[in-house]
Write a protein that binds this ligand. Structure first.
Ligand SMILES: Cc1cc2nc3c(=O)[nH]c(=O)nc-3n(C[C@H](O)[C@H](O)[C@H](O)COP(=O)(O)O)c2cc1C
Length: 205
């Protein structure tokens, strides 16, 4: 068995093992805005649901490994305190990949990726039209996990509104996992796709 001591392993190697091992990870496509009104759109797979009451999600923009700078998403949400988290489907994969490139500050990744902004109801950052489920969120707290390259920043957000396309719903009004076509992230360049063939159900006893 290979045993890795995290304290003596390089950040790049650690990242590879952790991304491969802790997978698949859901992807939140996060839209933010700064106080001058410049919009940003970036995908995050350090992302999940952590509470229902209150409804809380957390995502983590890390400090960049090459140069230890922080991500625009983090700077924007510190300034404005709002975001929209959009779920990601298979037909959006090329666009979210483009949205993840390193652009100079104030470049709008909606324009770069070809995704379509639609106004939110409660918060200033726009929603992503192509995403079947969009969460309008307000910032609750940011927890910095370190100051070295690779350190995460837990962005804890309160979900205020949820928008769900009719096409994602079954006849009883519930979200239908066989229709959503969600994707998730693994290590390296790998993604996975939730198809009817990859799904199974298990009744709880
Ligand atoms: C599918 C996918 C998931 C990603 N997940 C994360 C993540 O969880 N945390 C992170 O810091 N960067 C993540 N990245 C890289 C960021 O998306 C990229 O650095 C980002 O677009 C930074 O943009 P910003 O500086 O405009 O906020 C991910 C990239 C992709 C393609």
């Amino acid at each position: 068995m290979l045993t890795i001591d995290t304290a003596t392993t390089s950040v790049n190697t650690l990242q590879d093992y952790l991304h491969d091992a802790i997978a698949p990870r859901p992807i939140g496509l996060v839209s933010t805005i700064n106080k001058e009104g410049h919009v940003n759109l970036s995908p995050f797979s350090y992302f999940n649901l952590f509470s229902i009451n209150p409804p809380i999600c957390i995502f983590s923009p890390t400090r960049k490994i090459p140069d230890n700078t922080t991500k625009h998403t983090l700077e924007n949400i510190k300034e404005v305190g709002e975001c929209v988290i959009n779920v990601v489907t298979y037909n959006m994969v090329e666009q979210i990949s483009k949205a993840s490139y390193s652009y100079p500050k104030n470049v709008n990744e909606f324009t770069e990726s070809g995704l379509t902004p639609v106004p939110s109801e409660l918060v200033r950052p726009p929603r992503v039209l192509e995403s079947p489920i969009q969460f309008e969120c307000t910032l609750q707290q940011i927890i910095e996990l370190g100051t070295d390259a690779g350190a995460g920043n837990l962005v804890i957000v309160h979900i205020r509104k949820i928008h769900i396309k009719e096409s994602a719903l079954d006849s009883s009004g519930k979200i239908d996992p066989t229709q959503l076509d969600l994707i998730a992230r693994l290590g390296g360049d790998w993604y996975t796709r939730v198809t009817p063939k990859s799904l199974f159900s298990l009744k709880r006893g």
